[in-house]
Design a protein around this ligand. Sequence first.
Ligand code: SF4
Length: 277
Amino acid sequence: MTCGPTYFLAGNIAKQKWCHFEAIIRCRENEDLARRNVEKIRENGWGRNYYDVPVVEPLVYVIPNLRSLLPINKPNVRTPPGESFEKVLDLETGETVLYARLDPAKFEKHFGEFFEPVKITYSEWRSLCSRICLSQQETGDTEHFEFAEKHPTIIAFWEWENRYIVGFPDGLTDEFVYEFRSVNSYYLLHHLKPVALAQAGLYAYFLDRPKIRVQIRVKQANKIETFEQKSNPDSAVALLKSMLALLDGSAEPIPPGMAWKCKSCSFRTLCPHLCPA
Ligand code: SF4
C-alpha cells in the first residue's frame, strides 16, 4: 500500500472517467498545486459563499516560447508539447491565468521583441486574437470565453475523509453547477462527456446543488450540445472513493482500452501501463 496525496484538484479525480492511469498520475503530480490553492483560498477567506466571490477576468501570459509552456508552480517542469494553452490558478493573486504559447513572429508587431512573459487581460487577448486571426489551436481556451455561458463562479476547497479537494467550476447558480468543454468531433464528445459530467457531479455534491449542466462544443459541427441532469451524490462519493482506492493500491487501474488515447497522451513517458517498472 502506498500513501496517497492529501490535496486534490477535482478535475483530476474526474479524469478517472478518461483513464485510471492518467487520473493517478495527475493527482500525484498536482498535489502541491492543490495544497497551495487550499492555502491561498484559506488566506483570502474565499470559498464560503459564491455570491461573495467576484468573477475575475482571467489573465493571459503570452510567452515568447515556441516549444513549451512553463506551468506556474513547477518552474523546472515543462508541460507536454501539444498543450498550447493552460488554465492555471495564479497563487499570487488567486486569479485564473492562461498561458498562451504563440509564434513570437505574430506578436512581434504588437509587443515588439519580447523575451519575458507578457501579462494581458482576457479581453485584450480576445481583441488581439481577432486582430491577428490566430488559429483555433493557438487560441485554445478562448473557445471557453466565446461560447460558454456566463455564470458567477467560486474557487473553493472542501474537506472529505481527511483530504482536501480544490474546485473551480465553470459556473455556479443556486440550481446547478455548470461545466463547459470543447472538442473537435462527436466521437471525442462521446469520450469526454463522462469526464465533464463527473467533474460537475463532484462540484454539485460539495456545493449541494440539485442539478448539473454540461455543455460541449463540437468544433467540426459548430454546435453546442447541452446535457442537464439531476446531481447524484452517490456517484460523486463513489468516484472519490475509487480515486483513493486507485491511489492506495487497493484497486487496480484499468487502462483506457483505446490505443488512440495512449497515442496522444501527454503522460506516455511516465505511464506505468506503457512503461511498466
Ligand atoms: S498512456 Fe494511456 S494508459 Fe497511460 S495515462 Fe495515458 S491514456 Fe492512460
